[in-house]
Ligand binder design. Structure first.
Ligand SMILES: [Zn+2]
Ligand SMILES: [Zn+2]
Length: 259
């Protein structure tokens, strides 16, 4: 079983626990590596991301934990960089490239805050067409190479609420083509796509991102995959990793990347 995770949030952004609390729990779970991935600063939405002036403290604290616990666990200092975020200042061990908004007519429409907000956005700027929204989302995701990611974050985040309240018709050929188009655009980067269990531990979904049809497609095309918990509390560490690994293996994955 995989016992490493590189997608971990703390009190530096929208996580519930401090970095050291995360490290202690990770050690108690026998984890071999733990990578912190603070949400990069987005000026247009500061509700969930790190404050600009705290970035230096974040890097310093993670690096000091790295040294303090070096005989027990390998710690990395990373960042989850939104495509629309400012270029972050500082040195990071790695970058997760993610998209949490779709920008249209100068407005950043949030994807993962609530089903209501998402629906409102689709009605307001996409004439009520969820497929049109999905096309624009995947076109933006296709640009993720611009942030030089080491990992592609939650590829189909827009489906976060679909199991509770269906918004997207993921069997619509236009939806499928848009989503696969993003995979095709990102494959040449040669970096792993996340199999992300974050929405399972937070009760929104029963299966990880991306949807099985997309995960199969990634595997069939020779894409790499990496397990991630998108952890926001100590209870999220390694949460649902076993099922996610089994699901990926059943779809043909025989190798899981690490950093
Ligand atoms: Zn994210
Ligand atoms: Zn995250």
């Amino acid at each position: 079983m995989i016992k490493a995770d590189f997608h971990v949030h703390t009190t530096y952004c929208d996580g519930k626990h401090t970095p050291e609390e995360m490290v202690k729990t990770a050690i108690s779970l026998g984890m071999t590596s733990l990578g912190f991935s603070v949400h990069s600063y987005t000026e247009f939405d500061q509700s969930y991301c790190i404050k600009k002036e705290r970035m230096a403290d974040y890097i310093e604290e993670i690096n000091s934990l790295k040294a303090k616990y070096s005989d027990k666990i390998r710690i990395l200092c990373g960042i989850e960089r939104d495509l629309y975020a400012e270029e972050p200042e500082g040195n990071f061990d790695y970058t997760i490239g993610s998209l949490h908004y779709v920008k249209k007519n100068g407005v950043y429409y949030t994807i993962d805050e609530s089903a209501d907000r998402l629906r409102q956005a689709i009605n307001e700027a996409w004439q009520g067409s969820a497929t049109a929204f999905a096309k624009d989302y995947y076109a933006e995701v296709s640009r993720m190479g611009e942030v030089s990611p080491d990992i592609i974050g939650h590829l189909d985040l827009i489906t976060k609420f679909d199991e509770v309240e269906p918004i997207f018709d993921t069997e619509d050929p236009a939806y499928i083509a848009a989503a696969k188009g993003a995979v095709d655009a990102l494959l040449p980067l040669g970096v792993p796509f996340e199999i992300n269990t974050g929405a399972i531990s937070r009760g929104y979904r029963k299966t990880p991102y991306p949807a099985p049809f997309l995960l199969s497609y990634i595997i069939e095309k020779g894409g790499k995959v990496i397990l991630s918990g998108d952890v926001h509390a100590v209870s999220g560490l390694l949460c649902h990793f076993e099922e996610a690994e089994a699901l990926a293996r059943s779809l043909g994955a025989d190798r899981f990347e690490t950093l």
